[in-house]
Design a protein around this ligand. Structure first.
Ligand code: FVH
Length: 292
C-alpha cells in the first residue's frame, strides 16, 4: 500500500439509485470493501461486477460494516425498522434528502438503539461524486465523523457543521432553495423571452452573464441581512424594484406565460413596501419572509 492509499475499510451502502451507485463506485475505486443492498436487487449488478459484495438483506448490510451509508429516495425509517440489535454500535450515515423533524426523530431513535448518527446533504449530482466540485454537508456525532471522515472524503469535500443533526439537512434544503430559485427564475425568463421569439440558445448569451453579474451582489446582501441595515448606501430601492417585479407579473399574464413563479416575490415586496421600507434595498424582503 502506497503512502497515499487509505487503509481498506468495510463500508455498506443501502440504496443504489443514481446517487447511491455513484457513492458505492467511488468507495470501490478508493480501495474499500463495499457491501451493497438495494430494494430492487438487479440495480446492484454493475457494482458487483466491479467488486462490491451483495448483502441479501438490510440486516446483512448492517452486520457487515461498522459504517453504513443510506442513500434512498424515501423510507429511511422503514428500511431500518426492526433491525434494532443490528444497529447497535454502528455509524449510520444518512445521505438521503430529508426534513429536519424527520432527521431529529431518526437521530434520536438510532441513538437510543446505541448507534452513532451522521446526517449528510449531498451538494452534487452523481457524475460529480469523487471530483473536487462535489461537497457534502455533515452534522451529528462528531466522533462518528472523525472516525469515518477518510472514507467520506472519497465523495468530495466534506463540511462538518456541528453536533446538532439537523444542521446538514436544513443547510441542504437552503442551498437547494437557492438553486430552485435560480433555475425557476431562469425558466421564467426563458419562457418570457420565448414569447417574443427567442430560442433558449439565443437567449443564453444574455441571461448567463446577467445572472453571473447579479451573483456579485450576494456579499453586500449578506452584510445587510446580518446587520439588519437595509437602508444604507441604497443603489436599487425596493419601491423602484417592486414596480419592475409587478411589470414582470403583468407582462407574463399578457404574453401567455404563467406568472406563478414570480407572484410570491411580488407579494413579499408589496408586504415590505406596505410596512414602509420602499426606500430600502430589496435585501429587506428577507424581513417580510421572516414574518416581520
Ligand atoms: N441524483 C441527484 O442529482 C441528487 C443530487 C443531490 C442528492 N440527491 C439525493 O440522493 C438521494 C438518492 O437520490 P437518487 O438520485 O439516487 O434517487 P433514485 O435514482 O431515484 O434512487 C432512489 C433510491 O431509493 C430507493 N427507494 C425508494 N423508495 C424506497 C423504499 N420505499 N424502500 C426502499 N428503497 C427505496 C430506490 O430503490 P429501488 O427503487 O431501486 O428499489 C433507489 O435505491 C435522494 O435523497 C436525493 O435527494 C440526489
Amino acid at each position: 500500500m502506497s503512502e497515499h492509499e487509505l487503509e481498506p475499510k468495510a463500508i455498506s451502502i443501502i440504496g443504489l439509485g443514481a446517487m447511491g451507485t455513484a457513492l458505492a463506485s467511488i468507495l470501490i475505486d478508493t480501495g474499500n470493501t463495499v457491501t451493497v443492498w438495494n430494494r430492487t436487487s438487479a440495480r446492484a449488478e454493475a457494482l458487483l461486477a466491479r467488486g462490491a459484495r451483495r448483502a441479501a438483506t438490510v440486516a446483512e448490510a448492517l452486520a457487515t460494516s461498522d459504517v453504513v451509508n443510506l442513500c434512498l429516495y424515501a423510507a429511511v425509517d422503514a428500511t431500518l425498522a426492526g433491525h434494532g440489535a443490528a444497529i447497535t454500535g454502528k455509524t449510520i450515515v444518512n445521505l438521503t434528502n430529508g426534513r429536519p423533524d424527520e432527521v431529529r426523530a431518526l437521530s434520536t431513535a438510532l441513538g437510543s438503539q446505541g448507534a452513532r448518527y451522521l446526517d449528510g446533504g449531498i451538494m452534487a449530482t452523481p457524475p460529480m461524486i469523487g471530483t473536487p466540485h462535489a461537497f457534502i454537508l455533515y452534522s451529528g456525532s462528531a466522533d462518528a465523523f472523525e472516525d469515518a471522515k477518510e472514507q467520506l472524503a472519497a465523495f468530495g469535500q466534506s463540511h462538518y457543521l456541528g453536533e446538532d443533526p439537523v444542521l446538514a439537512a436544513v443547510s441542504d434544503l437552503a442551498l437547494l432553495s437557492a438553486m430552485y430559485g435560480l433555475f425557476g427564475g431562469y425558466l421564467h425568463a426563458t419562457a418570457l423571452a420565448g414569447s417574443v421569439g427567442f430560442t433558449a440558445k439565443e437567449f443564453l448569451p444574455l441571461v448567463e452573464p446577467w445572472l453571473a453579474a447579479m451573483m456579485t451582489a450576494l456579499p453586500d446582501y449578506a452584510e445587510r441581512i446580518d446587520s439588519g441595515d437595509h437602508a444604507r448606501d441604497v443603489m436599487s430601492n425596493l419601491q423602484m424594484q417592486s414596480v419592475a417585479i409587478s411589470n414582470i407579473v403583468a407582462a407574463s399574464h399578457s404574453l401567455g406565460i404563467d406568472p406563478a413563479f414570480m407572484e410570491p416575490i411580488e407579494r413579499l415586496a408589496k408586504k415590505r413596501l406596505a410596512a414602509g421600507f420602499g426606500s430600502d434595498e430589496a435585501s429587506g424582503i428577507i424581513e417580510a419572509m421572516r414574518g416581520k
